[in-house]
Design a protein around this ligand. Structure first.
Ligand SMILES: [Zn+2]
Ligand SMILES: [Zn+2]
Length: 69
């Protein structure tokens, strides 16, 4: 039961980041955890996630490259 924090983005995606391993994961050679994730914090972001930002930027760049308005 490792500790995680979760980020929620406006695009509807979310990602989680490991805060600390529990005892089981720490002693496992591959740091595998067979327990449930414990979300310690949930951070609500008022931006889209990075892949969505990248996709939006790429689409805008493609539109600009085409020269259309
Ligand atoms: Zn764990
Ligand atoms: Zn997204």
């Amino acid at each position: 039961m490792c500790d995680w924090e979760e980020f929620q983005f406006v695009c509807g995606h979310n990602s989680s980041r490991l805060l600390s391993y529990c005892h089981f994961a720490r002693t496992d050679p591959y740091h595998q955890c067979f327990g449930v994730k414990v979300i310690k914090h949930t951070w609500v972001q008022n931006v889209a996630c990075q892949p969505c930002i990248d996709a939006t930027r790429a689409a805008a760049m493609k539109r600009a490259a085409r020269g259309g308005r």
